[in-house]
Design a protein around this ligand. Structure first.
Ligand code: KIV
Ligand code: ZN
Length: 595
């Protein structure tokens, strides 16, 4: 890890613990459902990035969630790639203040070399009265019992008083003191609804540190939501007032307007080393590639003007600015783009570039080490050569990012993490990548003005060893026609939940990068169905959006956007088909057990 990418460590500075909750709070973003393979891929990247703790999920929410957290604990918990000088990443599971949740969270994370249980219970009067329907005394009693129970299983316990930002301060101090007595080692202070101002949130952290009995023995943590656009400012105010852990997500994804964004907090500390009394151990050069990975896999497109990782974050449009930057970069740049993994002005690769140049470029863009497997690298290189042949002006960094997204998307397989609610964690299906069933053999699209768009599609079905062709006419354009033809060939009704197309570079020979997210038709409306019973206990009502129906994503890039659209769709379709056959294997296995 290059030392220039890490904020200077000095005895006067405390280490800031970066707790990433992209896979838990981030996954609660409307429309986002990551499957297990995608979660593992993101967890690996977060480990390389130097994150200290990840909240890998909410294990009790569904067998799929349990399985994903357990696999992350087992497969990522011990990884040391890119973590020179660091310990293995702590794997954390979330639990409500309910014994079953806590036990399930512990079972999911316990195989990681370093693990944590995160227990939460609301403390604001609004939540106590209307959601939990319990008194303040009952709230404290439950914290004592449940944090104590968690402590009997695991040494590292985090407690969160949900809606702390609107809780009565005196009561909050009492509740936190109980959590400390019961064994909590980290106290996380959520501004659950993104209500606080930076001044107020900073003062809250300072107050709690000063007035909670036992506060000296624990770490205080921030957890801010972005409803008023203040999540990063509030988090930084928390740090200035004594918080030493921050809970963040990549790209700031999360419930409603999202959570605090990891990259913004880290780069604020990086840019103002004298302002904040902390140092971090994040490899900032991996921020951009990590952001792209989360964007691609979550389907949550990063706004172009987003700080640090937006496409425009380092572009200078006006002549005056361009002139200044050419004379001296610091005239208009406060962050060196390369410090966050953005390369500017570098020569594009061309058709004469060999493997070595290709690999070096990948490394420069944050895809070094084990970011791509050997097989993925070989496929990427072959695709790069094809692309370089067609792009006379050269393959740009944007093309390279899109190429990696395409390769990863095609090779990520396996069922979605949201598995049928009646499967137990132990019965969850095996997730070895299944062979791709459908490949695009031919696509002919007829479209234009005052014509009915028509698509003729031929797919090769590898399972049956046949080519299948269909023609579809659609009034809403060539993509609808193409997708209809594919649905007819494979005999499924598919709902398109998300479709985005973006250019990978500028110029007429740019590629289109298409991301899609699909679900079996008629199933998406149930994606917010609670897994609780018809009249759930108040504390069981939270499980909305968890255990959701499987959704499948695909990414592809091509100079022809209709081809990219067809390929991205097919990637998602193959994953859906592979998930369903894995489900069949699981129910078959279950029947065998019964027999
Ligand atoms: O925002 C919140 O309160 C949370 C808790 C579960 C920590 O995400
Ligand atoms: Zn939250």
């Amino acid at each position: 890890m290059a030392s220039s990418t890490i904020s200077p460590s000095s005895p006067a500075k405390s280490k800031l613990i970066v707790f990433d909750t992209t896979l838990r709070d981030g996954e609660q973003s409307p429309g986002v459902t990551l499957n297990t393979e995608e979660k593992i891929e993101i967890a690996r990247q977060l480990s390389r990035l130097g994150v200290d703790i990840i909240e890998a999920g909410f294990p009790v929410a569904s067998p799929g969630d349990f399985n994903a957290v357990q696999r992350i604990a087992r497969e990522v918990g011990g990884l040391m790639e890119g973590r020179d000088g660091l310990e293995p990443m702590v794997i954390c599971g979330l639990a409500r203040s309910v014994k079953k949740d806590i036990q399930t969270a512990y079972d999911a994370v316990k195989d990681a070399p370093r693990h944590r249980i995160h227990v939460f219970l609301a403390t604001s009067d609004i939540h106590l009265e209307f959601k939990l329907k319990i008194s303040r005394d009952e709230c404290k009693a439950r914290i004592r019992e449940m944090v104590g129970f968690a402590k009997s299983l695991c040494a590292d316990i985090e407690f969160s008083p949900e809606d702390a930002g609107r809780s009565d301060r005196a009561f909050l101090c009492e509740a936190l003191a109980v959590a400390i007595e019961a064994g909590a080692t980290t106290l996380n202070i959520p501004d659950t609804v993104g209500y606080n101002t930076p001044h107020e949130y900073g003062a809250l952290i300072a107050h709690l540190k000063q007035n909670t009995p036992g506060a000296d023995s624990v770490i205080f943590s921030t957890h801010c939501h972005n409803d008023l656009g203040l999540a990063t400012a509030n988090t930084l105010a928390g740090i200035s007032n004594g918080a030493r852990q921050v809970e963040v997500t990549i790209n700031g994804i999360g419930e409603r307007a999202g959570n605090t964004s990891l990259e913004e907090v880290v780069m604020n500390i990086h840019t103002h080393p004298d302002t904040y009394p902390v140092h971090h151990t994040i490899n900032t050069r991996l921020l951009f590639s990590t952001s792209r990975m989360v964007e691609d896999l979550s389907g949550m497109v990063v706004q172009a003007n987003k700080a640090i990782v937006g496409r425009n974050a380092f572009l200078h449009e006006s002549g005056i600015h361009q002139d200044g930057v050419l004379k001296n970069k610091t005239t208009y740049e406060i962050i060196r783009p390369e410090d966050v993994g953005v390369t500017t002005g570098n020569l594009a690769l061309g058709k004469h570039s060999g493997r070595h140049a290709f690999k070096t470029k990948l490394e420069e863009l944050g895809y070094g080490g084990a970011a791509l497997s050997d097989a993925q690298f070989q496929t990427a290189f072959a695709k790069f050569k094809d692309l370089a042949d067609s792009k006379k002006a050269g393959v740009t960094d944007g093309d390279m990012h899109a190429l990696v997204a395409d390769i990863r998307s095609t090779s990520l397989s396996g069922p979605a993490s949201a598995q049928p609610d009646d499967a137990t964690a132990e019965e969850s299906v095996s997730e070895e990548p299944a062979a791709v069933q459908y490949t695009l053999k031919q696509l002919h699209v007829f479209t234009g003005v005052n014509v009915m768009p028509t698509a003729t599609v031929t797919l090769h079905d590898a399972h049956r060893g046949v080519d299948l062709t269909d023609v579809a006419v659609a009034k809403n354009g060539p993509i609808e026609a193409t997708y209809s033809a594919i649905q007819r060939i494979i005999g499924r009704d598919i709902e398109l939940l998300n479709f985005t197309v973006s250019a990978t570079s500028v110029g007429q020979d740019t590629q289109g990068k298409v991301s899609v997210r699909i679900a079996q038709s008629g199933s998406s409306s149930s994606s917010v169905v609670s897994s609780a019973t018809a009249s759930p206990k108040p504390e069981e009502q939270l499980l909305t959006s968890y255990g959701a129906v499987p959704k499948f994503s695909g990414v592809a890039c091509n100079v022809d956007i209709i081809t990219a659209s067809a390929k991205a769709y097919l990637t998602a379709v193959n994953r859906m088909v592979s998930h369903d056959s894995a489900d069949n294997r699981a129910s078959h296995k279950q029947r065998n057990v019964e027999i």
